[in-house]
Design a protein around this ligand. Structure first.
Ligand code: SAM
Ligand code: SF4
Length: 329
């Protein structure tokens, strides 16, 4: 599927729920109002939609959220989609998780062809972990990581870099990840959805932070590219990668290969723009597969050239109203 800027769209991220068992300070406010359950696509509807996207050319699907593993019966969807790997356009199925439930689900994920996952972890200090996630417990996440690794799943750690909160600790998080065989990606805070505080206070521009990293690690720029917003460096000591997601300080849009579908069946062609296409209405109006495929192609033709993110002291309102947990990271 080629979009108007000649980008080949092969990667679909599906946010399977907007709910979560954490309330990370940069992602959600403490008292979130979630979507009414009736608005959510059922797992059968998500399966149908994902299958049609695969038919149109999607090769990689990431399930995200909210916390994907809190969606009831998610393993049913994972099982159904994993059966398509290698037998359709689909080559890879994966998830991004906060790791809280990983200890219980890792073996099932491994049994269903899930070979690599992303686990989000912003600190190794259990008190700070509680402060950042509000409701999370570090030990559960660390147990989950261990069970997943023991079941053969490769893990990449995602760490949101927060000035004045975890910036001092980032080098030791990187060392911990690499010494346990895990690549790591650092993420800048993105202005998405209202939260209780002010994001600009904790915004850490990663292009500046590279200078700190270069003092700690011997890094070579890597040509590894997932078609996404990460730039990768390889540590010559460990051989593991450090990725930087810098949507605000670096423009990554020209290589973008992805679109996102929310749990209500809205498709966002760009994480940082409000344009969307609604599959929910069409699907619940008894649309044929052909009609849905037509809308998939139409929505790809509407993909914008780039996002509009901007975060600075004069502009601290969210660039888009929806929280990251609605569209998925
Ligand atoms: N709950 C899962 C998790 O935390 O991994 C999946 C969904 S979460 C929205 C996906 C990723 O987005 C996480 O790595 C999280 O840290 C990141 N994230 C959430 N809100 C963000 C924001 N405003 N700016 C930057 N990253 C954010
Ligand atoms: Fe939940 Fe992930 Fe958002 Fe944290 S970042 S509140 S774990 S959805």
């Amino acid at each position: 599927m080629l979009d108007p800027f000649n980008r080949n769209i092969t990667y679909l991220r599906i946010s399977v729920t907007d709910r979560c068992d954490f309330r990370c300070v940069y992602c959600m406010s403490e008292n979130m109002t979630f979507l009414p359950k009736a608005n959510l696509l059922t797992l059968e509807e998500l399966h149908r939609l994902a299958s049609l996207f695969i038919e149109c050319g999607i090769q990689k699907i990431r399930l995200t959220g909210g916390e994907p593993l809190v969606r009831k019966n998610l393993m049913w969807l994972i099982e159904k989609l994993s059966q398509k790997i290698g037998k359709s356009n689909l080559k890879e199925l994966t998830i991004t998780t906060n790791g809280s439930q990983l200890a219980s689900f890792a073996n099932d994920l491994a049994d269903n062809e899930i070979k690599r996952i992303n686990v989000s972890l912003d600190t190794l200090d259990s008190d700070l972990f509680k402060k950042i996630t509000r409701w999370g417990e570090l030990s559960k996440v660390l147990d989950g990581i261990k069970v997943a690794q023991d079941s053969g799943i490769k893990i990449k750690i995602n760490t949101v870099a927060l000035k004045g909160i975890n910036d001092q600790e980032i080098p030791s998080i990187i060392k911990w990840a690499h010494s346990n065989g895990m690549d790591i990606t650092l993420i800048e805070t993105m202005p998405m959805g209202d939260i209780d505080g002010d994001r600009t206070e904790n915004y850490l521009p990663l292009t500046d932070y590279m200078k700190v990293l270069e003092q700690e690690f011997k890094l070579t720029e890597s040509d590894y590219n997932t078609g996404g917003p990460s730039r990768y460096y390889t540590s010559t000591e460990t051989g593991c990668k450090i990725g930087l997601i810098t949507p605000l300080s670096h423009n990554f849009c020209s290589d973008c290969n992805r679109v996102r579908v929310t749990c209500t069946g809205k498709m966002y062609m760009c994480l940082g723009q409000d344009d969307s296409v609604d599959f929910n209405k069409l699907m619940r109006n008894n649309a044929t597969d052909g009609e849905i495929i037509q809308l998939i192609h139409r929505s790809i033709s509407l993909k914008p050239k780039s996002h509009d993110f901007k975060i600075d002291e004069y502009n601290n309102a969210p660039a888009v109203d929806r929280h990251m947990s609605v569209t998925g990271g």
